[in-house]
Design a binder for this molecule. Structure first.
Ligand code: NA7
Length: 546
């Protein structure tokens, strides 16, 4: 048990000062709860503070990649282009922080290392890595889904004498690649964004690819003032649309029919149109691309044909062409990704065929060759969903740790992706089994923050001391999530969605795929029924199980 050597007692402790933590702080503070956010970094921004690699940008369109709870914020902030770059998103989050005067309740440079539930006093004892401790009635995690970076445990990892960086922990000062031999491992979203930019500057860039990705063009452009004016005038409508949509975006299924209902010629035309438009809409060309393997193959094959068209060397094209279901791994948007492999200073190495066996003082060795490098960029991804939570020693009733609860050899289980049986008064923003990363994340964050804020107000107004998810409600929710996921192709491919990218991680698909609108309805109904599926203990010790 954590020893509290400091007597600071708070209503709520929130971990993380990204999109989630900032809004949670505002929401609770406005409702009169004493709240403090703890953030390990030196400033706000979460993943957008950390992901400063060249080319880092968001795949959601700017005008919907923001908070929508405040009309003032919507009117005062102006995005410059269709897809926001990391620096612009970070500026936005700083703007919100200052505008809402949030900084005074955020403790930076402080990593929360433990949070233990005290059953006797019905509160949480929270410890920071500097040894300070806090007591809070509510413990809320806003740690993100993709913040625990993964550097594979390659033999000789620390022996490299050159510079090494992970995309998720990029230095604040510019990394100079000019004239250098750069090796980049990983071709997910981060690698695909970074590769074209690094290739422009490096002496030589060697890309180590394990699994090729399906990438479609982003086609970024600067917004014109008239578009911004119209958007600002229509924000209420946009807000309603994204909140009740399938994935938190404005785009919908473009052709509400199976891909197989069209002739090959018609399909070709449809795919061409969406390819030209750019953005994440490609996966929405037909309504069954994610559920019907045969339909999916038509989209997959279209992208492969584009790779053949773009890449001059057929051997390189062959290596770049994926064979799994398109979009079952996170679909990627790019700017000149495939084109980059036509450059003379870029080499593609297939490390599925010849795996990386060792990092050496001079570079990297595969089973076939040694590559001498000045810089290694690890674009090797994250221990997603559960990884950021497991970085904190979270213990609920009877000292059971979240890690043990979720590592029982079966799979992670939550209630609504917000709460856990055995962990009273703890809430997770974008937790496992919520829509999180399969949605435009700020929309999901807002929904969680508002639901949690309303719930905590309800507890205060009704003199309820604790709220805890019931085990049967949790079982039912997890089962529902698994069944929904199993009806799609998402569980048929190894990816970070399934935990397959992390050695020895138990497999499980930890995202609710029923859509953000449907999910919002379910959460609202739970609240309307007096928090159905939760046990509430009143201050006068009366217990209700809804
Ligand atoms: P991703 O999408 O997990 O990509 C990581 C890449 O690194 C991927 O190509 C992996 O190959 C590769 N990787 C991982 N481990 C190894 C080893 N041991 N050897 C070779 N290659 C390896 O992470 P990103 O940072 O690109 O994107 C994460 C999300 O952030 C993104 O989807 C957005 O939502 C934002 P693999 O495919 O596993 O074979």
């Amino acid at each position: 048990m954590v020893q509290t050597n400091q007597s600071l007692k708070l209503d709520a402790v929130v971990v993380g000062a990204g999109f989630s933590g900032l809004y949670m702080l505002y929401r609770l503070r406005e409702a009169g709860f004493s709240t403090r956010v703890f953030e390990a970094a030196t400033d706000v921004g979460g993943v957008w503070y950390a992901n400063r690699y060249p080319g880092a940008k968001c795949d959601s369109e700017s005008i919907i990649y923001n908070y929508t709870f405040s009309n003032e914020l919507l009117q005062e902030w102006t995005w410059t282009s269709r897809f926001p770059e990391q620096a612009e998103i970070l500026n936005y989050l700083n703007f919100v922080t200052d505008r809402l005067d949030l900084r005074r309740d955020i403790q930076f440079n402080t990593r929360i290392s433990a949070a233990h539930y005290d059953e006797e006093n019905k509160n949480w004892k929270i410890e920071a890595d500097d040894g300070t401790a806090y007591i809070a009635k509510y413990f809320i995690t806003g740690v993100g889904c993709l913040s625990a970076s993964n550097i594979p445990n390659f033999k000789g990892l620390t022996s490299f004498k050159g510079e090494a960086y992970h995309t998720g922990h990029w230095p604040h000062e510019k990394v100079d690649f000019s004239g250098k031999r750069v090796g980049l491992i990983g071709t997910g979203s981060s690698g695909i964004q970074a590769i074209p930019v690094i290739a422009e500057e490096a002496g030589h860039l060697t890309v180590f690819q394990r699994t090729p990705a399906y990438s479609t063009p982003a086609r970024n452009y600067r917004y014109d003032p008239e578009f911004i004016r119209q958007t600002k005038a229509n924000y209420e409508e946009i807000r309603q649309q994204i909140r009740w949509s399938k994935m938190g975006y404005l785009h919908k299924v473009i052709n509400n029919r199976s891909a197989l209902e069209d002739t090959p010629e018609e399909r070709q035309q449809e795919y061409e149109k969406v390819w030209e438009k750019g953005g994440l809409g490609f996966s929405q060309t037909y309504n069954d691309l994610l559920v019907n393997g045969e339909s999916n193959e038509t989209a997959s094959e279209f992208i492969r044909s584009k790779i053949d068209e773009i890449i001059k060397d057929s051997n390189i094209a062959k290596k770049l062409k994926p064979s799994y279901y398109y979009s079952a791994k996170r679909p990627v948007l790019d700017t000149n990704y495939y084109e980059t492999f036509n450059r003379n200073n870029v080499t593609l190495v297939d490390v599925k065929a010849a795996p990386i066996v060792e990092i050496t003082p001079k570079g990297l060795k595969t089973s076939e060759a040694e590559h001498e490098l000045d810089v290694i960029v690890f674009a090797t991804g994250y221990d997603a969903m559960t990884g950021p939570l497991f970085k904190i020693d979270i213990r609920g009733k009877e000292g059971v740790s979240l890690k043990d609860k979720w590592a029982d050899g079966t799979q992670t289980r939550t209630y609504l992706g917000i709460a856990n049986a055995g962990f009273p008064n703890m809430f997770m923003i974008t937790g496992p089994e919520s829509p999180s990363v399969l949605s435009n994340v700020p929309v999901s964050i807002e929904q969680h923050v508002e639901w949690i804020g309303d719930c905590i107000e309800y507890l205060r107004n009704n003199e309820i001391e604790t709220i805890e998810a019931n085990l049967d409600a949790e079982e039912a929710w997890s089962k529902h999530c698994r069944e929904l996921a199993e009806s799609t192709l998402l569980t048929k491919v190894d990816s970070w969605y399934t935990g397959a990218n992390i050695k020895d991680k138990p497999r499980g698909f930890l995202i609710y795929v029923g859509g953000v609108g449907q999910y919002r309805k379910i959460c609202d109904d739970v609240a309307a029924k007096g928090y159905e599926g939760f046990s509430l203990i009143f201050t006068n010790k009366k217990i209700t199980t809804a």
